[in-house]
Design a protein around this ligand. Structure first.
Ligand code: NAI
Length: 699
């Protein structure tokens, strides 16, 4: 059953019942049409109410039908809407909790709408690179006015029903029910009150006009175009709404349809839809069932109040979870607390955080120098110096003082989590929680699964990640986990590009034009070039044959560590982040080319982009095939949320799929022939080679 039918005192009640949010699947749509036909054929029925069971009126399309034939199978949403709108008996939508996308389009086709106070209303299609394709762009402007509708359609954000209902002249809601539990009763009464109406009101018959017409849309195009940049959908939303004001209703519908279909085929929409599913997939751990019991996390400890510790603590304070933060010295503790305070104060100043909330959050923070204060916490996250000796001390101490069942997490970015776990007598309770800097801002969290990490620990931290609004991806214990293991290869390619003739600014510009938030050299300057230097020194011992460009070492030998020293690949004015080209660095690069006997050549932006991005793809494929990531789409999530990969390209693995894996492999073979590059580097990962051969894609 996906739509239930019953008759209550002369009113037919059709209840959508497709948990969790009454998505409009084929069976649900069929249920609505069957219910409508039954009601229309029954002389005892005077009016019809459509509502939703459980947690929504309807959240819109059923995501399991996305991009599949079932989504369009008759009765498709257009047909359902036709049946409802053209019904000879009044149809009332009884709306509560959530009405979104196709759900709102269905409601807009009803003759009347009764809504429960507090309902969230949205047309979120733009977030998937689409526009509402079942009349939403034509009916919503007629119901709430052109400007308000355009805002909702272009932003995709949800708006409170009460706010919409308070807008003068609005025709979206006929009645707001203050007590949501009385919605059905009120809607049934409303249906009876309109049962005799012969000339049934239809939103499609209302006018859609904006007083400034032309000028308004010109303004909208300019503003939306400036913000949307690489995404085609927002401007198409403007075009569709403009059509509502200029065309006859049916012509506007046809225009909306045409725009919708065109958007469906854009790589940007495919990327955003991929991302939507990738995010859901990332939260699942293949061998940890969703119903695995979780441990309760009511209080958290953080060890180390430095760059990461402070940011990590803020995540929990923001979620209302008390944090005890521990340092070795009072002075370090004071400094850490002051930084947290300053961060919140900046938010208060910007009007993003209310003063009382700031105070409430700070009140949840308990500074300490004593491990005794940690004996009641449920989870501890260690963020001390990146040194195995220091980690050993800390974990042994934690093992002594923490209560049984507490989770011990490390924020290490390079050290072996299994070794850290072995410092304790409870390796099953140890997990990696690798936050990204700034930890209170960056959405990514790599959850590092040790050899012995217990299932319920994993289930607990995945749920906790959601609570603190992070996107968590599970990684295995491999050097650099997912993100940094890949970025090392990307950095190596960036170095080879310098050796062959590119400048840091050319490389940065090319990849930023591709859509990255920041090119590799600006990123190095921001993160600190000394970090990569330390890693290369380690690699020189572990893998003495590995080729890499020496330019970054030469830079570090000059003490040019990046923004923190005011000089890196670029120069920086004190307190500013704008990169300024430094002649000496360019000369250093040139000299190095001479020293290694390379005659520089002109390298195209396209080659730069392909070499950088495909280096990520190849290492990503290796990580999946070696089992350190569960699926290729997890790699995309890591790059989108942790490394500034352009959203509208859907991540490196999705980008490779778009290029076609056969082409990717062929391009790599070409790069392998470059004598100044590393032929080994460009051997396609076996998984990639296999998929390309079979004509398949990364999943
Ligand atoms: P940091 O040097 O800013 O902070 C470390 C803090 O730990 C200092 O305040 C220090 O006083 C304190 N500390 C040192 N030994 C301690 C001990 N035995 N007990 C208590 N406190 C102690 O370092 P940062 O950058 O915050 O890094 C911390 C950890 O986070 C490292 O493992 C690092 O690899 C990892 N990490 C760092 C990232 C970054 O971008 N900085 C990103 C992701 C992970």
């Amino acid at each position: 059953m996906t739509a239930e039918y019953k008759v209550l005192d002369g009113v037919a009640l059709i209840t959508l019942d497709n948990p969790p949010v009454n998505g409009l699947s084929h069976a649900t749509r069929q249920g609505i049409v069957d219910g409508m036909n039954q009601a229309l054929a029954d002389d005892g029925v005077q009016a019809i109410v459509i509502t939703g069971a459980g947690k929504a009126f309807s959240g819109g399309a059923d995501i399991t039908e996305f991009g599949k034939e079932a989504a369009m199978r008759e009765p498709n949403l257009h047909s359902v809407i036709g049946v409802v709108e053209n019904a000879s008996k009044p149809v009332v939508a009884a709306i509560h909790t959530v009405v979104m996308g196709g759900g709102l389009e269905l409601a807009l086709a009803c003759h009347y709408r009764v809504v429960a106070s507090g309902t969230k209303v949205a047309l979120p299609e733009v977030k998937l690179g689409l526009l509402p394709g079942a009349g939403g762009t034509q009916r919503l402007p007629r119901a709430i006015g052109v400007e308000a509708a355009l805002n909702m359609i272009v932003s995709g954000e949800s708006v409170d029903a009460d706010l919409l209902a308070s807008m003068p002249g609005q025709k979206l809601f006929d009645e707001v029910v203050q007590q949501p539990e009385q919605l059905l009763q009120e809607a049934l009464a409303f249906a009876k009150s309109v049962a005799k109406v012969k000339d049934l009101p239809k939103v499609r018959d209302l006018p859609a006009k904006h007083p400034q017409g032309e000028a308004f849309f010109q303004f909208a195009r300019n503003t939306v175009g400036a913000v949307a940049k690489n995404l085609p959908a927002p401007l198409k939303c403007v075009e569709a709404v403009e059509a509502a004001t200029k065309m006859k209703f049916n012509d506007g519908l046809a225009k909306e349809r045409e725009l919708f279909i065109n958007l469906m085929w854009t790589p940007e929409s495919r990327a955003l839809r991929h991302l939507f599913f990738a995010e859901r997939a990332a939260s699942k751990i293949n061998d940890v069932p969703a119903d695995t019991p979780k441990r309760e996390i009511k209080a958290v400890g953080v060890i180390g109040a430095g760059t990461m510790g402070g940011g990590i603590a803020m995540n929990f304070l923001n979620a209302g979870i008390p944090v005890t933060i521990l340092e070795t010295k009072q002075e370090a503790l004071d400094r850490g607390l002051a930084t947290i305070g300053k961060n919140y104060e900046a938010q208060v100043k910007k009007g993003k955080l209310a003063q009382d909330k700031y105070e409430a959050r700070m009140a949840l923070l308990k500074p300490t120098l004593s491990y005794d204060d940690l004996k009641d916490v449920d989870l501890v996250i260690e963020a001390v110096f990146e040194d195995m000796g220091v980690k050993e001390q800390v974990f042994k101490k934690l093992d002594e003082v923490l209560k049984p069942g507490a989770i011990l997490a490390s924020n290490t970015s390079t050290l072996d989590l299994n070794q850290i776990a072995a410092f304790t007598k409870r390796p099953q309770d140890v997990v990696g929680l690798h936050f990204f800097s700034p930890a209170n801002v960056m959405k990514l969290l790599e959850v590092v699964r040790g050899e012995k990490t217990a299932h319920d620990v994993l289930a607990t931290v995945m749920a906790l990640a959601k609570k603190i609004r992070k996107v968590a991806v599970v990684a295995g214990v491999t050097d650099g986990f997912i993100g940094n293991r890949m970025i090392e290869q990307y950095g190596r390619q960036a170095g080879f590009l310098l050796d062959e003739g590119a400048t840091p600014q050319q490389v940065d510009k090319a990849i930023e034009k591709f859509g990255f938030a920041m090119g590799p050299f600006r990123m190095g300057d921001l993160a600190g070039n000394d970090i990569g230097w330390a890693i290369r020194k380690r690699r020189a011992v572990e893998k003495p044959d590995m080729r890499y460009s020496k330019t970054a070492d030469l830079l570090c030998e000059k003490g040019r560590f990046g923004q923190k020293t005011g000089a890196g690949w670029y120069d920086y004015e004190p307190g500013k982040r704008e990169p300024i080209v430094n002649q000496e660095v360019l000369e250093m690069i040139e000299q190095h080319r001479k020293d290694i006997g390379i005659t520089p050549r002109k390298i195209s932006d396209e080659e730069i982009v392909q070499r950088l991005v495909l280096s990520l793809v190849n290492e990503g494929a290796r990580i999946v095939e070696e089992g350190f990531a569960q699926r290729a789409s997890d790699i995309d999530i890591v790059y989108l949320y942790g490394y500034g990969f352009p959203f509208w390209r859907g991540g490196p693995m999705n980008y490779a799929n778009e290029l076609g894996l056969f082409n990717v492999v062929e391009t790599m073979k070409r790069f392998a022939k470059n004598p100044h590059d590393d032929a080994q580097f460009w051997q396609p990962a076996p998984l990639l080679a296999q998929l390309a051969k079979e004509g398949k894609q990364f999943k």
